[in-house]
Design a protein around this ligand. Structure first.
Ligand SMILES: *Cc1c(COP(=O)(O)O)cnc(C)c1O
Length: 384
């Protein structure tokens, strides 16, 4: 019907990124090297004084290594929102610990800390909040909750670059660790990639070691002066989670362009907000002025009484050439999590009912004004 289909998301890659990758390839250094180091340095500087940044080949890897460094394992419980991507919970299982699923705040769809409170036991070690769509969880509330229950906070900031709450940028606060994703659809991308940031030097050292097979560079450096170059030491059963220099080359350009790309996302979100005001939809709540919303996603919720249901809405948009998506199918609705952990819809009343009406509308920095017009017109057409 439509002459071309508008994708739900598209990486914003230009000639500069292509040139940077060419340069990296010509340099002869393809694995982790000078570009990864520069990417880490620049990312850490964005987060603020005293923050260390460690590049990884995914956010999933960063979440995994953060919990590993905290010694989380069998017998431990970790609070995870049901409203997230499966990566947030699977890494808990890989460490032999138990994910404990938490319902959502009805306004932001972020973790409901009141429900989390009810699920704390003496085995709870950590909480993994997700800043859903780019709307950050207030750090004061997180901190207060974590201190009261002696919990570590590892933030899943896959959606949250750049986001802030209470004037504090995500990654600049005092959580144990914060992990960003540079997957192809995220606000900045390296194709696949992630970044762990932390103020904890011990945790940073552990992750630098475990991301590359447990090679202990500190032990190595200590002896470097009188040891031959082939000599290295393995100090842990590590992983293969390092980022490549070719990916970091893309990341460095994306960092240069991040502010512009974010402004474009804000602009598009603003246009949607105005254009959708008179439709039978709930729009994302306006964040307080001390917040920054990354606008990774623009999630609308169809009114319960609307003539068009959620599934039909997505099908009709698609028939007219506009791809939409759903974030998220809550984890308790997937067979593995449901069966393995005995989860039922009634345990998560907010997530279970909101799932039926959420739709993610296309939003990416490379959208033209005509693309935005088309999404707006098509949405009006389907809902009218
Ligand atoms: C994308 C995403 C991840 C995983 O990021 P990767 O870099 O692909 O590992 C984790 N959590 C959430 C909420 C995500 O959206």
């Amino acid at each position: 019907m439509a002459d071309h289909t508008l994708p739900f998301a598209l990486p914003d890659i230009g000639e500069e990124e292509i040139q940077a990758v060419s340069d990296a390839l010509r340099s002869g250094w393809l694995s982790s090297g000078p570009r990864v180091e520069e990417f880490e340095r620049r990312f850490a500087a964005l987060c603020g004084d005293g923050v260390q940044a460690i590049a990884l080949n995914s956010a999933t890897a960063g979440l995994h290594l953060a919990l590993e460094a905290l010694g989380i394992g069998p017998g431990d419980e970790v609070l995870v929102p049901t409203w997230t991507f499966t990566a947030t919970a699977e890494i808990v299982v890989h460490l032999g610990a138990r994910p404990v699923f938490v319902d959502s705040d009805p306004v932001t769809l972020n973790i409901d800390l009141a429900d989390a409170e009810r699920k704390v036991t003496r085995n709870t070690r950590a909480v993994l909040p997700v800043h859903f769509a780019g709307r950050a969880v207030p750090p004061s509330r997180l901190h207060e909750f974590a201190v009261r229950h002696h919990l570590q906070v590892v933030e899943d900031a896959a959606h949250a670059f750049p986001s802030a709450s209470e004037g504090v940028p995500v990654g600049a606060g005092h959580s144990t660790a914060t992990v960003f994703s540079f997957y192809a659809t995220k606000t900045i991308t390296t194709g696949e990639g992630g970044m762990l940031v932390t103020r904890d030097a011990g945790l940073a050292n552990r992750v630098r070691m475990t991301r590359l097979h447990g090679i202990d560079r500190n032990a190595f450096d200590r002896y470097r002066s009188d040891r031959p170059a082939w000599r290295y030491n393995i100090a842990a059963a590590g992983y293969k989670y390092n980022l490549t220099d070719t990916a970091a080359a893309i990341g460095l350009v994306q960092l240069d362009r991040a502010e512009k790309m974010h402004l474009r996302r804000e602009q598009i979100a603003g246009r949607y907000r105005t254009a959708f005001a008179d439709l039978p939809l709930d729009l994302p709540q306006e964040a307080p002025p001390t917040d920054v919303h990354s606008w990774h996603l623009f999630v609308v919720r169809l009114w319960d009484g609307a003539e068009v249901g959620r599934n039909e809405f997505i099908a009709e948009m698609s028939r007219r050439g506009v791809c939409c998506s759903v974030h998220f199918i809550p984890l308790h609705m997937h067979s593995y999590w449901r069966e393995e952990y005995g989860l039922r819809d009634e345990m998560f009343p907010v997530a279970s009912s909101e799932f039926d009406r959420v739709v993610s509308i296309p939003l990416y920095s490379g959208m033209t004004d005509e693309d935005v017009d088309r999404v707006i017109e098509t949405t009006h057409d389907v809902l009218r």
